[in-house]
Design a protein around this ligand. Structure first.
Ligand code: UDX
Length: 445
């Protein structure tokens, strides 16, 4: 196969910016392409519109070193790159549940039209099954007749907060192709990972597309599974953390993603399980993924439960009472508040008339864009001072290590809901706090 030297990445959002920087780190000449000129300017300076540890440094390193640049000019990369990665978004459609394919479709046809040099297009976006085959047809219709272009599918499994690490040292590489030449091209792109014996799964388009959504559906199901048991232990007694530890010791089950609490959020899991259900329904297979509707419902009930616990703790009257909400990103090490359980809880309490004070080490800015009327504090201290209730909704390290002594003389009344089950109940109860978790009994009950 032709040696790959020049790589383009179309779409410089979370996935694309990370992929572009990591491809440069692997030694390729990389150009990131985006339709938004402002994004191009700020990315070139290493300024990212989101928080991702290590990524700004990696971008700056390779922009300075000349391996990485950003452009809005598709024609330029069409004449230059050997491999083009498509990394644009597939958001949930407005007012619907399916994936919005406009960006992927437009990027693919615009790219195919711009390419004047034989190349491989590689889809990385999370898409409904059947997309790659459809795009391959679109490419064949759109491309210049004299150019050899083909399509491979290579889903991405990166986690926010670990995006660089997950991209440079993935658990596995999944490659959907229609011929061995394209597979060989990708083997040379990922030679470094192959040298480390990273599992290489070579398959067809459909499997490659489905691996991604199956992985996310499984993770979501695992979380809702344990949260469904939390609903049971809340009623009959029992301890969800001990239960998770005990079943997690069975290596067939595993302890990861069995942390009960306020549930999953973010830009991927909620959207992906809904898009998957919508896609299989289109295929006449509604029944196959119906359980994912339950997974979604269990997850959303945990948010309502957390709000209900706040009402219970405050004797069913939240109006005008100060509630400190600690953590409103969907998870730690991120500034992402998309579909965030913590922000949802805060907004519901705010709408019910509570005086909500939010503190998050990274997320205040993004949350304020969505709910500008809620109070955002720059310090934990401000948020908890005078609070009648503290709710921990994202397990940032600085919250996990909180002790009653840190808060005793700041709050008005000693009440805390630990909606991530990360604090030690005994410490708080012993210091005179009303202490509540999800799926666990109070030690004094
Ligand atoms: C996820 C997948 O992990 C990743 O492989 C995929 O590429 C994108 O989607 P991400 O959205 O970054 O990544 O977050 P993840 O770490 O998976 O957490 C998702 C949500 O589940 C968070 O809100 C987290 O708080 C929640 N969660 C996770 C739990 O509630 N309990 C758990 O045990 C684990």
């Amino acid at each position: 196969s032709a040696t790959v030297e020049n790589v383009s990445v179309i779409g410089t959002g979370y996935l694309g910016a990370t992929h572009a920087a990591c491809m440069a780190e692997l030694g390729f000449n990389v150009v990131g392409v985006d339709i938004d000129p402002e994004k191009i300017t700020s990315l070139s300076a290493g300024d990212l519109p989101f928080h991702e540890p290590g990524l700004p440094e990696l971008i700056r390193k390779h922009v300075t070193g000349g391996k990485l640049r950003f452009t809005t000019n598709l024609d330029e990369v069409g004449a230059w790159a050997d491999v083009h990665f498509i990394a644009v978004g597939t958001p949930q459609v407005r007012g619907g549940t399916g994936a919005d394919m406009t960006y992927v479709d437009t990027a693919t046809t615009d790219l195919a039209r711009a390419i004047t040099k034989d190349a491989l297009i590689v889809g990385k976006s999370t898409v409904p099954v059947g997309t790659a085959a459809r795009l391959a047809d679109l490419i064949a219709e759109t491309k210049h007749p004299e150019v050899n272009l083909s399509l491979a599918w290579n889903p991405e499994f990166l986690r926010e907060g670990f995006a660089v690490e997950d991209t440079l040292t993935p658990d596995r590489l999944v490659i959907g192709t229609t011929n061995t030449h394209d597979e060989d091209t990708l083997r040379s792109v990922y030679a470094e990972a192959l040298d480390r014996d990273t599992p290489w799964i070579s398959t067809d388009y459909q499997t490659a597309e489905l691996v991604k959504v199956a992985a996310n559906a499984f993770l979501a199901t695992k979380i809702s599974f344990i949260n469904a048991f939390a609903e049971v232990t809340e009623t009959v007694g029992g301890d969800i953390t001990t239960l998770a530890d005990a079943i997690g010791h069975d290596t067939r089950i595993g302890r990861k993603f069995l942390n009960a609490g306020v549930g999953f959020g973010g830009g991927c899991l909620p959207k992906d399980i809904r898009a998957l259900q919508t896609r299989v329904a289109e295929l006449g297979l509604d029944h196959s993924m119906r359980f994912l509707d339950e997974v979604d419902q269990i997850n959303l009930r945990r948010r309502k439960k957390t709000v209900a616990l706040a009402f219970d703790t405050l004797d069913q009257d939240v109006i005008g009472k100060k509630i400190a909400v600690l953590g409103i990103t969907f998870k730690p090490l991120s500034d992402d508040v998309r579909d965030s359980p913590g922000l949802d809880v805060a907004a519901r309490l705010f709408n019910a008339g509570a005086d909500v004070a939010i503190y998050d080490p990274q997320g205040n800015h993004n949350a304020a864009k969505r709910y500008p009327r809620i109070t955002y504090n720059d310090t934990l201290n401000e948020a908890v001072t005078g609070a009648e209730l503290v709710i921990l909704t994202t397990e940032w390290d600085e919250f996990k290590t909180l002790t009653p002594e840190d808060l005793n003389h700041k709050v008005t009344t000693r009440r805390i809901i630990d909606a991530r089950n990360v604090l030690n109940p005994h410490h708080w109860e012993n210091a005179g706090w009303t202490f509540t978790q999800l799926g666990r009994q109070s030690p004094h009950d």
